[in-house]
Design a protein around this ligand. Structure first.
Ligand code: CMP
Length: 392
């Protein structure tokens, strides 16, 4: 393995995958395409709103229509391109290209992308409908792809689904019980307002949501007691899911960006001999990153922008001539920073992993400041270059 002559295996499809799906911070093309699509989605939604105003529609109807058709063409090309690059997705490797594409088409974000194209089809089928144009507002959901916070809420809802389902069951139970009691107590006294289950269920829902029962006031003492209990249970029923989602959100954020501690840095063998002030410096320099199994951290041929220390978990280093496994305490990604050449291997997370990221500028500063750090890293890089050493 020669560090100065890395193998460049990037194909057009790989590159397109990186631009569309990888979303790396430093990839200029990726940022331009993302920015363009975000502007297009927002403008498209604004156009739908504008078209619903009769005066605007009368004056600019044709231009707005043409703009919308252009958007549909761009969204269709985007959808086709995402489907085309699906086999490059790390989680879908090992599937045949067709299977990878089918499975990718079933992911939530791709379903949203497909839904964004449906209004165009509906408009062809039902040209007279006034409701169909409004279905174009679904395109706003495309922005979910660009908002990590929305993805986080989605993950929280999925991970807390059992607790949330329990809340739905409790809420339904309270609603039905309150409705049945009110029907039994006041149904015959106020047949117009509380005379059947559909009416008392509406009353119970209004009481639980604390919007009040409107003009439907209980007229019996027992009815008033049931109303009071229903309102109080409403507070409990609505507070419960809020608390569950809040706690799940906190857990998710904690999992993603764990706090780097002094002990965590000191445990990395390379730093273990540093004095306390140097370790404290590192705590402020290093960035935390948690990754899920299958995440590609760097690809052979990539430009080096950071090196990584493994705080927990394991990764696989692979190239056509190499397959190595690194785990807690090991580091990787140092060779491209030292040689200023592209990455010589692809590194993928094998398990969930907590990583400490050292950006290239900080890395170069550390090399100057800590001669022992420099010597050790260079030694490991030379040994790896000759395919000798795996761990660090
Ligand atoms: P870099 O070339 O920046 O990116 C790929 C990384 O894989 C490389 O740095 C090393 O950190 C790591 N790597 C390369 N060869 C080996 C090896 N033989 N054993 C363990 N890790 C390696």
């Amino acid at each position: 393995m020669d560090i100065s002559k890395p193998e460049r295996s990037a194909t057009a499809r790989q590159r397109m995958f990186e631009i569309l799906e990888h979303g790396r911070r430093r990839d200029f093309a990726s940022r331009i395409i993302d920015g363009f699509l975000v502007v297009l989605v927002v403008t498209n939604v604004a156009v739908v709103i504008a078209q619903s105003v009769p005066e605007v529609a009368a004056e600019y109807g044709t231009s707005l229509y043409v703009f919308d058709r252009l958007c549909v063409i761009v969204f269709a090309i985007e959808y086709a391109a995402r489907i085309w690059v699906a086999p490059e997705h790390p989680m879908l490797r090992g599937n045949s290209p067709l299977m990878a594409r089918l499975r990718f088409a079933g992911t939530p974000l791709m379903i949203i992308d497909a839904l964004a194209l449906v209004p165009w089809l509906l408009e062809l089928l039902f040209p007279q409908s006034t409701l169909v144009p409004l279905t174009r507002l679904v395109r706003l959901l495309k922005l979910a792809r660009y908002s990590p916070a929305i993805a986080t809420i989605g993950r929280v809802i999925v991970s807390e689904r059992r607790a949330l389902m329990a809340c739905v069951i409790i809420l339904s139970g309270v609603l039905l019980t309150a409705a049945a009691l009110m029907l039994a107590i006041e149904g015959h006294k106020q047949p117009g307002r509380l005379g059947d289950m559909s009416k008392t269920m509406w009353w119970a829902a209004a009481m639980l949501a604390k919007i009040g029962g409107g003009e439907t006031e209980p007229v019996t003492a027992l009815g008033r007691i049931v109303s009071a209990i229903t309102v109080m249970l409403g507070i409990f029923c609505f507070a419960l899911p809020v608390a569950i989602i809040g706690r799940g959100f906190y857990e998710e954020i904690r999992r993603r960006d764990f706090v780097i501690t002094f002990a965590m840095v000191a445990r990395v063998p390379l730093f273990s001999k540093l004095d306390a002030s140097a370790i404290a410096d590192l705590v402020s320099i290093l960035r935390a990153r948690t990754v899920t199994p299958g995440t590609t951290l760097m690809r052979q041929g990539d430009r080096g922008d950071a090196m990584y220390f493994i705080a927990s978990g394991s990764v696989e280093v692979s190239s056509p001539t190499l397959s190595a496994h690194l785990s807690e305490g090991d580091f990787f990604g140092e060779m491209a920073l030292l040689s200023k050449e592209p990455r010589i291997a692809t590194v993928t997370a094998e398990t969930s992993a907590d990583l400490l990221v050292l950006e290239v500028d900080d890395f170069l500063r550390l090399l100057d400041r800590l001669p022992a750090f420099k010597e050790h890293i260079e030694q490991v890089a030379i040994e790896r270059q000759h395919g000798k050493l795996k761990g660090s």
